[in-house]
Structure formats: structure tokens, C-alpha cells
Write a protein that binds this ligand. Sequence first.
Ligand SMILES: CC(C)(COP(=O)(O)OP(=O)(O)OC[C@H]1O[C@@H](n2cnc3c(N)ncnc32)[C@H](O)[C@@H]1OP(=O)(O)O)[C@@H](O)C(=O)NCCC(=O)NCCS
Length: 143
Amino acid sequence: MIVGIQRLGMDDYPALTVLWAGSGLSWDFGDDRASFQAAIITNGQHYWGYEWHGKLIGCVLAAFDGRRGWIYHLAVDPEFRRRGIGRLLMSAAEHSLYNAGCPKVNLLVERHNIAVMAFYEALGYHRADNCFMEKPLVPLIPG
Ligand SMILES: CC(C)(COP(=O)(O)OP(=O)(O)OC[C@H]1O[C@@H](n2cnc3c(N)ncnc32)[C@H](O)[C@@H]1OP(=O)(O)O)[C@@H](O)C(=O)NCCC(=O)NCCS
């Protein structure tokens, strides 16, 4: 496929790291090659990319933990925004999660990125009054 949406594979990993960095996503746990390789085995059916003439210009990594679906690393190349690609990627992720039996999708927005909430609200997401807590079990090694 030259232009369009497709499932991501391990071959896409180098292009993904470029897309994440160019889209302002911060490097996080799970982003290193070995973690990505392990995660794609269990959740690869929910990993979607958008290709434009051989270039990866959009991605979303969704995951189903058996109770909830989670959205990670949604990104569209800044040059290609506001053309519906983000909406398309989210739709693909929601459909694959739904088809896997997922009843509800959650996602986190970092406080510095609050502007992206307008995008999610346009897709039907609403702000939940929850507090997010975290505890790293290993040190974060920057990529
Ligand atoms: C969020 C992101 C993926 C959206 O991708 P996109 O392809 O530009 O989004 P779409 O064109 O599908 O937008 C769908 C709708 O969302 C809304 N929307 C999208 N971007 C918006 C913005 N910056 N401000 C307000 N509304 C916005 C609009 O209603 C839009 O529909 P419209 O263009 O017909 O008005 C993209 O801006 C991005 O990569 N941001 C940086 C990475 C990021 O923050 N990821 C999310 C981490 S939680």
C-alpha cells in the first residue's frame, strides 16, 4: 500500500521513533526496540500506521488489557495534520479494540499537551475526574 492505513510491524520501528520525536511525543517506558518487539506480539493487532508514498506519517499504538483499551502514542506528522488522519487512526484502533471484546477505551493526556483534548473531544471522548498515579519499576533509559 502506498497511501493509507495499515497495521504496523517491526520493520516500522525506526520510522516510528522518527515520527514520535517529530511529533513532540516524549520518550517513555516501552519505547525501546526490545519492549516494542515484545508488545507487538500481544497487541500488534491494535498498532496502526498511516503511510504516504513510503513514509510513515501517522501512528497509534492501542492495547487491550482484558478490561480496558488504552491509547498510546497517537501521532501525525505536523505537515499532514488537519486532514482527518488522526481521526482515521483512532477509528481503526477503536474498531480493532471493539472486535477484540474491549468495552471501553481510556487514554491519558499530559498536562503540557492539554490542547490535544479538543481533538479527542471531537471524537467523542470526555474528560474523567480521575487522578493518574505511576511508579517506575526500572529506570527510564532515554532513546
Ligand atoms: C492529535 C493529532 C494526532 C491529531 O491529528 P490530525 O490528523 O491533525 O487530526 P484530524 O485531522 O483527524 O482532526 C479531527 C478533528 O479533531 C479536531 N482537532 C484536531 N486537531 C485540533 C487542534 N489542534 N485544535 C482543535 N481541534 C483539533 C478537529 O475537530 C478536527 O476536525 P476538523 O479538522 O474537521 O475541524 C495531531 O495533532 C498530533 O500528532 N499531535 C501531536 C502528538 C499528540 O499530542 N498526540 C496525542 C498524545 S495524548
